[in-house]
Write a protein that binds this ligand. Structure first.
Ligand SMILES: Nc1ncnc2c1ncn2[C@@H]1O[C@H](COP(=O)(O)OP(=O)(O)OP(=O)(O)O)[C@@H](O)[C@H]1O
Ligand SMILES: [Mg+2]
Length: 268
């Protein structure tokens, strides 16, 4: 059977997750994230990015970090887990190119702080800590995080942090142990589900970067993807790709709402 990519003349896998930076669609929301990220970085403070699963948080962060000049900024990218602060430290040590056999919290804190100070004062590089999936962080970890961000009696805002996660992240930061950290938040972006025109643009964008000038999706198909995904990009990717496969299987050059429904019945 002819592959659906050949059938539609797609130069590459459409609706992919591993987009190059220049293939990311620069929506108003994306620019809003970038603006707030840069504001928090300038102040050495904290910014929050919230949104539903698959709304585009990690992509927005990746793009925004890509706009920071690599010689002036050092991105420390952490993917949070429900583990202890040691789990964060382990990733931070790797990002800071620190080798150590120690697992003493006190030692690790000292090493991390010394390296951050060295970056800022000697290497003239601004570290930017990104914590993706921060909604998974335990409450005690928020309190610990605060201590590595304090320099010279809190007079030096050397380590800006961007926390990204699902909507409960904002609630978690209201707990008492998170208050010292939360008090440094200066900006928040929320990535909403997109509306129907936004979803239409999104689909066309992905088809274009996969090498297809004319969209095979009819208007009802776009509406079905919008409804079926709740306006969330990752689910839309699965529906749109699945619908292309379903249409190709029927040798139909037009993708209809029925193809989207077929795709949806194969997902959960
Ligand atoms: N601005 C964009 N331009 C093009 N594609 C995008 C954009 N934002 C998101 N996507 C697509 O949507 C997918 C999901 O986005 P992303 O992984 O950033 O969501 P998320 O909010 O971080 O999800 P999760 O809550 O699961 O971490 C990406 O893999 C990509 O294919
Ligand atoms: Mg993500």
């Amino acid at each position: 059977m002819m592959s659906y990519r050949t059938f539609f003349g797609l130069a590459k896998e459409p609706f992919a997750a591993d987009l190059e930076l220049d293939a990311i669609m620069t929506t108003a929301e994306l620019l809003g994230v970038q603006e707030r990220l840069e504001y928090a970085v300038r102040l050495g403070a904290i910014a929050l990015v919230t949104g539903e699963v698959g709304a585009g948080k990690s992509t927005a962060l990746r793009w925004s970090c890509g706009q920071l000049h690599p010689s002036r900024f050092k991105i420390l990218w952490i993917t949070a887990s429900a583990g202890s602060i040691l789990e964060i430290y382990r990733q931070l040590l790797a990002e800071l190119d620190i080798n150590t056999a120690s697992s003493s919290r006190a030692v690790l804190t000292r090493l991390i702080r010394a390296q951050i100070k060295n970056l800022v004062t000697t290497k003239k590089q601004q570290p930017v800590m990104i914590i993706d999936e921060a909604s998974l962080l335990r409450l005690d970890v928020f309190a610990e995080l605060h201590t590595i961000t304090q320099f010279e009696a809190d007079s030096k805002p050397w380590l800006p942090i961007i926390l990204a996660g699902q909507n409960n992240l904002a609630d978690n930061l209201l707990y008492r142990t998170a208050v010292p950290l939360a008090s440094r938040i200066v900006a928040r972006s929320h990535l909403p589900a997109v509306d129907l025109p936004g979803m239409r643009d999104y689909i066309i964008h992905h088809l274009t970067i996969a090498g297809l000038a004319n969209s095979p999706f009819d208007e009802q198909a776009v509406t079905a993807i919008h409804q079926g995904s709740g306006g969330l990009f990752r689910k839309a990717n699965h529906l749109a790709r699945g619908a292309l496969i379903a249409a190709a299987a029927e040798k139909s050059q037009a993708v209809s709402a029925e193809h989207v429904r077929l795709a949806d019945s194969e997902l959960f």
